[in-house]
Design a protein around this ligand. Structure first.
Ligand code: XLS
Ligand code: NI
Ligand code: NI
Length: 436
C-alpha cells in the first residue's frame, strides 16, 4: 500500500530540473569531518505534516491527504503508515511528535493512555523496519480546554496532577521508543493578566514540575536530553520561557541548568524581537544549545507562521552557531514548519521539506567555508585587539581596578575608535553565499 505517488527523493545536484530531488543535501557528503546527515540530523514534525490540515482561525482545513476520510483510532493508524512512507521517501533520519498528534484522546486519562499504547506499539514496529528514529517527543498540554489556565503553571492543582501524569506517560513513551530528547514547550505556561496571577507561585510550581520530571526520568532510566523550547507569547499573552536568556536564568535560579538545554525555534526568536542567530549564540555561550526547530516567520505578520525555512542568509548564520558549538549534540534540525494553507496537495509536503532541507545543506556548506577561512574569527580578533595587549590585557587578566583605569584614562588623551565596517562584511558574506 502506498500513500504518496512520489518516488524516493535523492540527491541529484544543482543541475537537475527534477523538483523531487535534493540539489544541495547530499547526505553522505563530508563537510568538516562529518557527513551532512550527521551534521543536520533532520527531523519531520508529525503535527504539521501528518496531523495538521490547514485550518486557521477563519477557515476550515484545506489539505487533501491520503488519510482524509478516516477518523478516530483508524485515522491514527493510517497516519502512522503514511508517516513512515513519507520519512523513508525523504530519506531523513528522525521525526518528532506530541502525544496527541499520534493518538486521539479517549473519554478518560486511562482510555487516552490505552489509545497511545496502541499507536506507540505501531510506531515502534515502523521505526524498527525503517531505521527512522525519534529525535524527541513531547506532551500537548495546550489544546484541551482543561489547560485553560496552564498545565504546570495552572491555578488548579487537579490540572497540575493531570499534566504530571501526562508527562510521566510521555517519558515512558520516550524510553519505549528510544527518544534522544524530551521537549517541554509551554504554550499555556504563562499568564493573561497579573490582576489574578500569583507569578511567584506559578514559576515555583513550574520548577517543581521540572524537578519531578528529572527524578522520574532517572527512575525509569531515560537517558535522553531534556529540552525547553522558549517562545515569548502565543497562545499565552506572556509566556514564562520567553527567550533563551530568560529560560537560562530560570533554570539557573532553580538549580535545573545541569539537566536541561534549549530547543530554539527561528520563528519564536523573531517573535521575541531577536534574530535566530542571537538566540543560538546566547544558548551556545552558556553551554545550553540543545536542538533547533527549523522554520521562519514573516516580517509582515506578527505571529508564528511556521513557514519552511528558505532564507539562506539566516540559515547560514544559524549553521555557523551550530558548527561553533561543536555540533548539535543529541539534538537535530526539526522542521517545525507547515505548508501554506493554499499549498494543499500531498506533493506540497515533499516540495516544502526539500526546500527546507536544501536550504540547511547550503547553509551548512557556507558556514563551514566561513569557519575554514576563519572569516568571522579574524574580524572579531581585529575588532577587539585592544584587549590583547596593554591595558586591555590587564582588564582581561583581572589585574585592574577603577583607580588604575582612571590613572590610565587621565594619561591617555587620544582615544581612537575604528570603523566596524559592517557594509564591507555584508558584501563579503554575500560573496560566500553566491560562491560556495
Ligand atoms: C509552537 C511550538 C510547538 C513545539 C512543540 O509554537 O513550536 O510546536 O515545538 O510543542
Ligand atoms: Ni517548535
Ligand atoms: Ni512554534
Amino acid at each position: 500500500m502506498s500513500y504518496f505517488n512520489v518516488q524516493n527523493i535523492q540527491f541529484e545536484g544543482r543541475q537537475t530540473k527534477n523538483p523531487f530531488a535534493y540539489k544541495h543535501y547530499n547526505k553522505s557528503e563530508v563537510v568538516l569531518g562529518k557527513t551532512m546527515e550527521e551534521h543536520l540530523r533532520i527531523g519531520v514534525a508529525y503535527w504539521h505534516t501528518l496531523t495538521g490540515g490547514g485550518s486557521d482561525p477563519f477557515g476550515a482545513d484545506t489539505a487533501i491527504r491520503p488519510w482524509s476520510g478516516y477518523s478516530g483510532l483508524d485515522l491514527a493508524k493510517v497516519r502512522v503508515e503514511a508517516a513512515f512512507e513519507f520519512f523513508t521517501k525523504l530519506d531523513i533520519p528522525y521525526y518528532c511528535f506530541h502525544d496527541r498528534d499520534v493518538a486521539p484522546e479517549g473519554g478518560t486519562l486511562k482510555e487516552t493512555n490505552q489509545n497511545l499504547d496502541v499507536i506507540v506499539a505501531m510506531l515502534k514496529d515502523q521505526m524498527k523496519a525503517s531505521g527512522v528514529k525519534l529525535l524527541w517527543n513531547t506532551a500537548n498540554m495546550f489544546s484541551n480546554p482543561r489547560f485553560v489556565h496552564g498545565a504546570a503553571t495552572t491555578s488548579n492543582a487537579d490540572v497540575y496532577a493531570y499534566a504530571a501524569a501526562q508527562v510521566k506517560k510521555g517519558l515512558e513513551t520516550a524510553v519505549e521508543l528510544g527518544a534522544e530528547n524530551y521537549v517541554f514547550w509551554g504554550g499555556r505556561e504563562g499568564y493573561e493578566s497579573l490582576l489574578n496571577t500569583n507569578l511567584e507561585l506559578e514559576l515555583d510550581n513550574l520548577a517543581r514540575f521540572y524537578h519531578m520530571a528529572v527524578a522520574y526520568a532517572k527512575e525509569i532510566g531515560f537517558t535522553g536530553q531534556f529540552l525547553i523550547e522558549p517562545k515569548p507569547k502565543e497562545p499565552s499573552k506572556h509566556q514564562y520561557d520567553f527567550d533563551a536568556a530568560t529560560t537560562i536564568a530560570f533554570l539557573q535560579k532553580y538549580g535545573l541548568d545541569k539537566h536541561f538545554k534549549l530547543n530554539l525555534e527561528a520563528n519564536h526568536a523573531t517573535l521575541a524581537g531577536h534574530s535566530f542567530e542571537h538566540e543560538l549564540r546566547v544558548a551556545r555561550i552558556n553551554g545550553m544549545l540543545g536542538s533547533i526547530d527549523a522554520n521562519q516567520g514573516d516580517l509582515l505578520l506578527g505571529w508564528d507562521t511556521d513557514e519552511f525555512p528558505t532564507d539562506v542568509y539566516s540559515v547560514t548564520l544559524a549553521m555557523y552557531e551550530i558548527l561553533k558549538n561543536g555540533g548539535i549534540g543529541s539534538g537535530g534540525v526539526n522542521f517545525d514548519a507547515k505548508v501554506r494553507r493554499s499549498s494543499f496537495e500531498p506533493e506540497d509536503l515533499f516540495h516544502a521539506h526539500i526546500a527546507g532541507i536544501d536550504t540547511f545543506a547550503k547553509g551548512l556548506k557556507v558556514a563551514a567555508k566561513l569557519i575554514e577561512d576563519g572569516y568571522f574569527e579574524r574580524i572579531v580578533e581585529e575588532r577587539y585587539s585592544t584587549f590583547a595587549s596593554g591595558i586591555g590585557a590587564e582588564i582581561i587578566a583581572g589585574t585592574t581596578d577603577f583607580h588604575k583605569l582612571e590613572q590610565y584614562a587621565l594619561a591617555n588623551d587620544t582615544i581612537r575608535n575604528k570603523s566596524g565596517q559592517l557594509e564591507r562584511i555584508k558584501a563579503e558574506l554575500n560573496e560566500y553565499m553566491f560562491s560556495v
